[in-house]
Design a protein around this ligand. Structure first.
Ligand code: FES
Length: 607
């Protein structure tokens, strides 16, 4: 422990603490700006300066470590004056158009100005050039609002490992952008949107789709269908003052109906469908792998030799639900695309079904249907523009709203969210199992898939407490588990004694680690789940700000609570999924499924 004095208070904290952490732990709050716990600590703004006895200059408390006997003052006249001038200098190079800024009332820079009582603009001088980059379908970068805190640079480089955003040029020309004056839309940006979550001002944000959705809602010739992803219900409430982790599923459904959506469906339904398709695809690949490796070549496999010869034996198979991850692998590991499951992501599957199966059911020409997906993700805005995400010439999904955009629309529509009664999703694309709920958190897709795959192979329930695969739950970057197959059904007897090895990662730097193993030929896994954002969809790039591990944990617990509260907890037991196969799709991986629910990928370059 280190003993020191802050503002005449004697304290002692563990060695290695910064002055900022020591103060915080002892209820002394130091105004700060660029610092973000667990994300960014490089001391770029200097707002957190303090006076340290014996030091010539003021010290940035978020990067200065405590020392034995240190005497610190956080609020002296010198500190207060310096903090104010630092703020005013940043303000002098800011457009100050708060009333028309998307971050009005939720801007950290605005809040800081209020905290340190700025009442006039003392400094006016040269300004950085205004340049708005809206070349990408997902993210807009407005350089004029950027205060160069570099949080986005840390997230893009150190946490996600994508390395697109960096400081370019110098002086008043400095801007945070891709190298070589490249636009986001032509760069290898994954569009994960983690930069938009940490940006304290309006410099990085999702591309707005609210007007397109209002236009559809107000068009009397359009039937407007909306679907909501599993992670929305665990975070939307935060925009209306609820504690993180409060489930608002019923209120969300009612709000969407009050806004004028004709049908409110649940992306969870398609998450169950994804498990049926992806689980079957995994088992097919395992079968083909056994055949291609000449492993145990059982009687059963000899019989289906011809059937297996043209099947893909590529393992490990990797999940394909996360569009940020897909764009990342297309740019950085194009030679490994064969490892991706061919399944479309759940909301694209649901969109395809809305415009075919459901449109036929209600006798509607799909050209008059407009499908909106409410997603925790900015990359979904790019995904819906991919040319392969169409059927019969119609896009599967017409517009994507992030959780933040939906909250803005609910407020704009004058809906009193907190006082709404609980509503129910519409049928038949609204019923889902608990396995679908957990798609919203890291490890959830893998657990949902194992619940179904294990039961298909053995005829028994997954032998885990509460159906949870504990080693792959939680927020660690890479998690692994093993599942031994014993007493398999006759058809799967060749798998007896086989141990399925799985890995789960969230965040793109973890994904890169696992891809390097595959490239080297040392990957021991058969099945890998990758989510592009740390923690999975619960903290996707379109979710409410701020996000910390504590908030991630609460959202994750809410998702597991939703799963555990259901009687139906396995995708293959969803009666509406069974009916969909009976009535329309035939069987998993059948002809119709391939047409509507599966896709292909594009090799892209890094530059
Ligand atoms: Fe410490 Fe920015 S908050 S330098």
């Amino acid at each position: 422990m280190v003993n020191l004095t802050i503002n005449n208070k004697k304290i002692s904290v563990p060695e290695g603490y910064t002055i900022f952490e020591a103060a915080k732990e002892n209820n002394i709050l130091i105004p700060h700006f660029c610092y973000m716990e667990g994300v960014h600590q490089i001391g770029s703004c200097r707002i957190c300066v303090v006076e340290v006895e014996g030091a010539k200059t003021l010290q940035a408390s978020c990067v200065t470590q405590v020392r034995e006997g240190m005497v610190v003052r956080t609020n002296s006249e010198r500190v207060r004056r310096a903090r104010k001038v630092l703020y005013e200098l940043m303000l002098s190079d800011h457009p100050k158009d708060c009333l028309s800024c998307s971050r009005n009332q939720s801007c950290e820079f605005q809040k800081l100005g209020e905290l340190i009582q700025i009442e006039e603009f003392r400094f006016e001088g040269e300004k950085s050039k205004t340049s708005i980059d809206d070349s990408s379908p997902a993210i807009v970068r407005d350089n004029s609002k950027c205060i160069l805190c570099r949080r986005c640079v840390t997230v893009c480089n150190d946490i996600q490992g994508v390395g697109i955003l960096n400081a370019q040029l110098r002086g008043f020309e400095t801007m945070i952008a891709p190298a070589e004056e490249m636009l986001l839309g032509s760069s290898a940006c994954s569009y994960c949107g983690q930069c938009t979550v940490v940006c304290p001002v309006g410099a990085l944000k999702e591309k707005d789709s609210t007007q397109a959705v209002w236009d559809a809602l107000l068009d009397p010739n359009k039937v407007v269908v909306v679907q909501t992803a599993p992670a929305i219900r665990a975070a939307l409430g935060e925009e209306f003052g609820y504690e993180p982790g409060t489930l608002v599923t019923g209120k969300m459904v009612t709000a969407l109906k009050e806004m004028g959506f004709d049908y409110v469906f649940d992306t969870n339904f398609a998450a169950d469908l994804t498990i049926m398709e992806e689980g079957t695809e995994f088992l097919e690949r395992v079968k083909s792998f056994f055949y291609s490796q000449n492993l145990m070549l059982p009687e059963f496999l000899k019989k289906v030799r011809i059937h297996l010869e043209d099947k893909d034996p590529t393992l490990p198979m990797i999940t394909s639900c996360s569009p940020g991850w897909i764009k990342f692998i297309e740019h950085h590991y194009p030679d490994l695309l064969g490892h991706l499951s061919s399944c479309k992501s759940p909301h694209m599957m649901l969109g395809a079904l809305c415009k075919t199966y459901f449109a036929q059911k209600i006798g509607l020409d799909p050209k008059n249907m407009f499908v909106v997906s409410v997603m925790p993700c900015t990359a979904k805005k790019f995904e819906v523009t991919r040319p392969e995400m169409t059927n019969d010439g119609y896009p599967n999904v017409d517009a994507v709203l992030t959780t933040r955009e939906l909250a803005r629309m609910i407020k704009d529509a004058g809906v009193d969210f907190r006082n709404l009664p609980d509503g129910q999703f519409d049928s038949p694309l609204g019923l889902s199992s608990g396995a679908a709920d957990i798609f919203g958190t890291t490890g959830g897709v893998m657990e949902a898939a194992l619940r179904t795959v294990y039961e298909i192979v053995t005829g028994r329930e997954l032998p885990m407490e509460g159906l949870h695969v504990k080693p792959i739950m939680g927020l660690e970057k890479i998690k692994t588990a093993e599942l031994k197959i014993e007493d398999a059904k006759d058809e799967w007897a060749f798998l007896n004694g086989f141990t399925i090895k799985v890995a789960v990662t969230s965040g793109l730097s973890g994904a890169a680690q696992l891809m390097e193993e595959i490239k080297r030929g040392t990957s021991p896994y058969h099945f890998i789940e990758v989510m592009g954002c740390p923690g999975g969809c619960i903290s996707g790039g379109g979710q409410p700000r701020p996000v910390s591990n504590e908030i991630r944990q609460k959202r994750m617990e809410a998702i597991y609570k939703e799963d555990e509260g259901k009687t139906l907890r396995k995708s293959h037991e969803n009666p509406f999924i069974q009916k969909l196969y009976e009535e329309y799709l035939g069987k998993p991986l059948g002809h119709k499924s391939h047409e509507l629910l599966h896709t292909c990928y594009t090799k892209r370059s890094k530059y």
